[in-house]
Structure formats: structure tokens, C-alpha cells
Design a protein around this ligand. Sequence first.
Ligand code: SF4
Ligand code: SF4
Length: 221
Amino acid sequence: MLRDVTMEEISDGKLYRADDLVKADCHDCKGCWDCCCGMGESILLDPYDVYRLSEGLKKSFEELLENSLELHVVDGVILPNLKMGGERDCCVFLDGEGRCSVHDFRPGLCRLFPLGRYYEGDSFLYFLQTGECRMGNRSKIKVKKWIDTPDLKRYDRFILDWHHFVRTLQETLGQEADMEKAKRYNLYVLETFYFRGWKEEDDFYTAFERRLAQARSVLAG
Ligand code: SF4
Ligand code: SF4
């Protein structure tokens, strides 16, 4: 999610690359689950997140929507987010001991936190959010180790492509006066990148690139 704040307000003022050390390691969270609760609709899921959750839990996107995810509109574009619930208003994947029950395939925003991404042109760097993680004695760790994601090079390409695609969609739909057309586009994007699933012969990234090229030409009209 894009936030209307300055870097000075929310970070330590530095930008980091994947090989840099950053003070993000909160030692396995040690009994804290603050950032898994009260997050509203803010933990957005990209297609790779849903692909991993679907594979890990053996559930389709439709099945995940029954209990664990929900859809909401972000600047004119319908996107899925993790659902909060229960008395403590926590993520539905938080177990009774305060541990993440989907840790191995948790969404990208959960793997990133307390880091954020700073996008510039066709690349991005990382920044460390201050005031978000309550663990005071965090240790230094390499950014790429913290992110804990296989095939980081392809993942980064995907992150950039998805980011730019959603931004373009938001700009286009934000100016669209024809509500029926905006709805059709939204349904097309949801079907193409979420509902259809990724049971293809290609790996996720190759299939994603193909669908993205198709979607760009469909939306260009
Ligand atoms: S606030 Fe920090 S220590 Fe607490 S759960 Fe989140 S990342 Fe872990
Ligand atoms: S998926 Fe796991 S890490 Fe992410 S908010 Fe839910 S319980 Fe926390």
C-alpha cells in the first residue's frame, strides 16, 4: 500500500539494497504478535502471495476467501487482503500460541516487515520503518536473508511488474467515469491473476509474465 508520508517521518533515513545489513531482525518475535493484529485491510496480497498460500494450504482462491481473505477497493482497484477477526482482531492465520500458522508461505508484506520498499523508476530499494516494530533490541541481518524468499531476482522483477501494473490500473480506473467499464476491468484482473489459479505447465513467474502481457494489451483497449 502506498502511504502519504515522508521518509524522514517513518524511517531511519537510509535506503538499503538486498546485500546490505539492516537492523530488522527481531529474534523470532519472542512472544510478540503486534503486527499480526489490528491491521484492518492493510495486508494486501499480490498474485504470488495467493499462489503460495493456495499451494501451502491446498486451497483455491475461492476457498481462501471463505474464511481467511477478503476483497476491498484500493484507489479504484479490487485487491485481496488478509482478514482480521476474533476478539483480538488478529489475522486468522495467527494460532493460539501467537505464532504464524503459515510461516513458510506467509505473504510478502509479512516477510518484509518492518522493512518497506521505496520505488524509483524501474527499480526499488528498501527502507527500515521506525516506530512500527516494538522489539527494541533488533539485530542486523542481510536484507535478502530477512526477506526469506526463493529466487529473489525473479521475485524482484515480479514485484516491480505488479507494482507498476496496479499503479497504472489505479490511474486508469481513477479517471474512468463509466462504472460498468471499471467493474469489467476489475473482474478481468481478479479472474486473470487470482481466481484462475496457477495450475499451468510453466512456473509461476513465466505464467505471470504471459498473463501480464495479455492483461496489458486488453486494458490498453
Ligand atoms: S511488532 Fe516486531 S516483534 Fe512484534 S510481531 Fe511484529 S515484527 Fe515481531
Ligand atoms: S500471515 Fe502470519 S505473519 Fe502475516 S499477519 Fe498473519 S499470522 Fe501474522
